[in-house]
Ligand binder design. Structure first.
Ligand code: NAI
Ligand code: MG
Length: 485
């Protein structure tokens, strides 16, 4: 139902996703060797719903002894079963997991939204379908590796330790597990401490798929659990997605060991709007680029560069569009911007809002109401930002956009490349030649043209500079889990 409220514009009646079908256990144990096992020390932590701060479930806290058990199970499964299995058989398990994920898509989407705070529209339309698609995509590669890498004799690496963040919990689990299994490796995965539930649901799906025990082990905990996994001597590869600081720590701690490493870290993507761009589409792309998933996106378009001639109109349209964004209950299908993932992350964002103001940038926030309980942030612009501002250089990981203008192509390329990061970028223009010119000069792993935040399992993703190294997705994503001659 739609009604016009003359004070605040269009209002929608709530359309809240039902949660009655969701079954959460009171307590989740560790998924080791095909079974749910209690942690050795019997410790648990709570995961909450960040949109109302309510407790959802207790989750096991794994320590070194549990990590040892999980790695041992992964090693035994690798040596005795998985590396010996015909590749076509391995593929069948991946197809089965993908189909089971599709069957339980609604449940997974609702749990993702409850545990992490992202709008149900996103978890339903983006996270869960893409996660299943990753399994489908890599299932197809399992028995075709010799065609993917002709004359290279691709061999699995062994046991992979995989550590993932809280912004796309199930999708990141799929990005990590699917290519590792397709290439014949076994894994120990550690989800983030604020969003462990969909990974544990995936553990249930894996049980249901009858995947041989120990091929996938899922252990929960915080940084110390992750560090124990990284430092385990029987791990052959670490795949990490998360903050640049922790990425650097991991790189240091495995230096001098034969462990392989891929890191997917932070970003500070430039979204570049030229005068000849389709302005309305570009505005929608800017909104999608930074406010999508509350800005909890490593490739978020957090820096906006507008060519001077269209700066006024783009900013006006952007402000108007921001006023129509609905911030609130993530389970409501009308919600555009859900909850910030944790109290900590909200504090980080608020810290940057203060820094931006102190640095002299001009703050604009939409005037919408935000819920009293839970962690929320209004969509925010910083106008007249400059290259030296911390809000331009540092990753904020929230719905905060720093806006600058430019005159020439050379100027914008130089400014866009001038950050420690290089994960992604966007360019909006009518001219194909401008797009090609820019994409060759931008130091960014992905450059979107006349669109933003588009993902596909067939397309590789990864960074330059402090955004990390290694690629996930596509053919490139296979090679990260293979030894080759
Ligand atoms: P984080 O890097 O601490 O967390 C990511 C994962 O690493 C979690 O599973 C965590 O338990 C684990 N971890 C933490 N310390 C570890 C250690 N010493 N060894 C091994 N694993 C460890 O990220 P955090 O603190 O949640 O967020 C901080 C900032 O990081 C955010 O504000 C954002 O800027 C950035 N970030 C970037 C992400 C990306 O996708 N590139 C995702 C999450 C955060
Ligand atoms: Mg949670």
């Amino acid at each position: 139902m739609l009604s016009l409220d003359f004070k605040s514009g269009w209002n929608y009646a709530p359309a809240t996703e039902d949660t009655k079908h969701i079954q959460l256990k009171e307590q989740y144990d560790l998924f080791i060797d095909g079974r749910f096992e209690k942690p050795e020390k019997g410790k648990y932590f709570s995961t909450i719903n960040p949109s109302n701060e309510e407790h959802l479930a207790k989750v096991a806290l794994a320590d070194t002894a549990d990590v040892n058990k999980a790695v041992k199970a992964a090693r035994a499964a690798y040596t005795n079963v998985w590396s010996k299995m015909p590749a076509a058989e391995r593929g069948k398990y991946l197809f089965r997991i993908a189909r089971l994920m599709q069957e339980r898509a609604r449940e997974l989407a609702v749990i993702e939204t409850m545990d992490g705070g992202k709008p149900i529209r996103e978890s339903r339309d983006i996270d869960i379908p893409l996660a299943a698609n990753h399994f489908f995509y890599y299932a197809g590669w399992a028995d075709k590796l010799q065609y993917a890498f002709p004359n290279r004799k691709p061999q699995p690496i062994g046991v992979a330790g995989q550590i993932i963040p809280w912004n796309f919990p199930l999708l990141m689990a799929a990005w990590k597990i699917a290519p590792a299994l397709a290439t014949g490796n076994t894994v120990v995965l550690k989800p983030a401490e604020t969003t462990p539930l969909t990974a544990l649901k995936l553990a249930e799906i894996i049980q249901e798929s009858e995947l041989p025990h120990g091929v996938v082990n899922i252990i929960t905990g915080a940084g110390a659990t992750g560090a124990a996994l990284v430092n385990h001597p029987d791990i052959n590869k670490i795949a990490f997605t998360g903050s640049t600081d922790v990425g650097k720590l991991i790189q240091k701690s495995i230096a001098g060991t034969p462990k392989k490493l891929t890191l997917e870290l932070g970003g500070k993507a430039a979204n570049i709007i030229f005068e000849d761009a389709p302005i309305d589409q570009a505005v929608e792309g800017i909104i999608n680029g930074i406010f999508f998933n509350q800005g909890h996106v490593c490739c978020a378009g957090s820096r906006l560069f507008i060519q001077e001639g269209v700066a006024d109109i783009v900013i006006r349209k952007l402000k108007d569009r921001m006023e129509t964004l609905i911030v609130g209950n993530p389970l409501d299908k009308n919600t555009d911007i859900g909850a910030i993932n944790s109290k900590n992350q909200l504090e980080t964002i608020n810290k940057y809002l203060k820094i931006g103001k102190d640095e002299g940038a001009e703050l604009f926030q939409s005037s919408c109401d935000i819920p009293k309980k839970g962690f929320f942030c209004r969509p925010t612009l910083f106008l007249n930002a400059s290259q030296s501002h911390r809000i331009v250089q540092e990753e904020i990981f929230g719905p905060v956009l720093a806006v600058q203008t430019f005159r020439t192509v050379e100027e914008v390329i130089e400014k866009a490349n001038n950050t420690p990061y290089g994960l992604s970028a966007g360019v909006w223009t009518d001219k194909g030649s401008k797009i090609f010119n820019l994409t060759t000069k931008m130091r960014a792993g992905v450059v979107w043209a006349n669109t933003f935040n588009k993902f596909d399992p067939a397309s590789p993703f990864g960074g330059y500079k402090e955004s990390g190294f290694g690629r996930e997705g596509g053919l490139h994503g296979l090679s990260a889990y293979l030894n080759m001659e």
